[in-house]
Design a protein around this ligand. Structure first.
Ligand code: ATP
Ligand code: MG
Length: 358
């Protein structure tokens, strides 16, 4: 029986479910709420806290009530980050390296964009995009133009020929204490995360640089909870792609690869409970299950933990993930040899990527 303050979550997808699970072990009642329902707004206590598992939600009485609660963690981060134009302006103001960009307003011509940003650019909706949705690539060599409905609500970014993609997950509490996981290496395809790998010794040289950047952002926003920073690595330089004011898919490996997961840290930080540096256990791989039917044989993969989100199966949709937590290359090979027989050909590039980066 929970008696203390509750933690309400704006949104009830898989991230909300994982936060709820994290709360259970420390007797915190976490209540994820559907934000598009028009049911009766819940009664919140003034001692309760509120967080969000997503950056965007439709205006409605439930969402408004949660967002306006005095204990909504880091409200300012949501207004600053949820709009890509504000987010990029913030990076520039803080001197944080990020992809060259400009605003696409009603007067912007495609010629302006190619001149400022080069021959290959990506348009991104200012808000509402996820998993590569809300993006449109333009190439000067193909004479691509800005589609009419992208004027006034998008930014344009230079296409970056990065060496690889990494993310940093950090948590900060109200007294300004910040904690970071080791950098995570991420593999995306068509804008959607396929797999993550962490920790990697060879990413250690970039850890300080990444922590400096994320700490600067968290301190500026007086941020409380988990904040995720996605970066491109070009040589020795990290360049921010985007940040997310929440727990993140690229941190799912921490559910098995750390003594405190990103969900544990987020719940503790927003509920004003002590946070501490998690111990990292072996090496972890996270593989997203995209658009697949449930397969009970996944649980037979050595070193695997399977997470299924119980969502309607739709092509390409994130429906679950598998974490592999291993101590050696041999264990990774053992796991992949079983897993490769249970996943479609689409996954083959992942195994090569994992083997060559492990
Ligand atoms: P998320 O699901 O992380 O919220 P998103 O849809 O908001 O993703 P981004 O993270 O901006 O979008 O982009 C998705 C992916 O598209 C990136 O991880 C990267 O692989 C690719 N990408 C985005 N912007 C660029 C860029 N400027 N240059 C090269 N690749 C890019
Ligand atoms: Mg992203």
């Amino acid at each position: 029986m929970h008696t203390g303050p509750k933690l309400w979550v704006l949104g009830n997808g898989q991230l909300g479910a994982m936060l709820k699970h994290a709360g259970e072990s420390i007797d915190i009642e976490v209540i994820p709420l559907a934000i598009d329902s028009d049911g009766k707004p819940p009664v919140l206590d003034s001692a309760d806290s509120v967080t969000a598992e997503r950056e965007h939600w439709p205006a409605n009485p439930i969402a408004d009530q949660l967002f306006q609660h005095a204990n909504f963690s880091s409200r300012r981060a949501f207004t600053e980050i949820a709009d890509r134009c504000n987010e990029k302006t913030l990076f520039d103001r803080l001197g944080l390296a990020n992809t060259p960009w400009c605003l696409v307003n009603d007067q912007t011509s495609v010629g302006d964009l190619y001149e400022k940003l080069g021959n290959k650019i990506v348009l991104k909706r200012r808000s509402g995009g996820y998993d590569g949705k809300g993006q449109q690539w333009l190439r000067a060599t193909d004479n691509d133009d800005i589609p009419a409905d992208w004027h006034g609500n998008a930014i344009a970014e230079q296409a970056i020929a990065f060496d690889e993609e990494v993310s940093l997950i950090g948590a900060r509490n109200a007294s300004g204490q910040s904690i970071f996981y080791p950098l995570t290496l991420n593999l995306h395809q068509d804008g959607i995360l396929l797999a993550s790998l962490a920790p990697l010794d060879r990413l250690q040289p970039y850890q300080d640089q990444a922590e400096f950047m994320l700490a600067k952002l968290m301190d500026e926003l007086d941020y409380i909870g988990v904040l995720t920073m996605e970066c491109f690595r070009l040589g020795d330089q990290l360049m921010i792609n985007e940040v997310a004011p929440r727990v993140h898919n690229s941190g799912h490996w921490t559910m098995d690869g750390a003594s405190l997961s990103q969900f544990d840290l987020h719940v503790r930080a927003v509920m004003a409970l002590p946070i501490s540096q998690p111990d990292i256990i072996g090496k972890s791989v996270m593989i997203n299950l995209l658009g697949l039917e449930w397969n009970p044989l996944w649980s037979t993969v050595p070193y695997a933990s399977v997470y299924w989100y119980d969502k309607e199966v739709l092509p390409g949709r994130k429906l679950g993930h598998i974490n592999l937590n291993v101590q050696s290359r041999t264990q990774l090979d053992d796991a992949l040899s079983v897993l490769s027989g249970l996943l479609s050909d689409r996954y083959h590039p992942i195994y090569d990527w994992l083997r060559s980066n492990f």
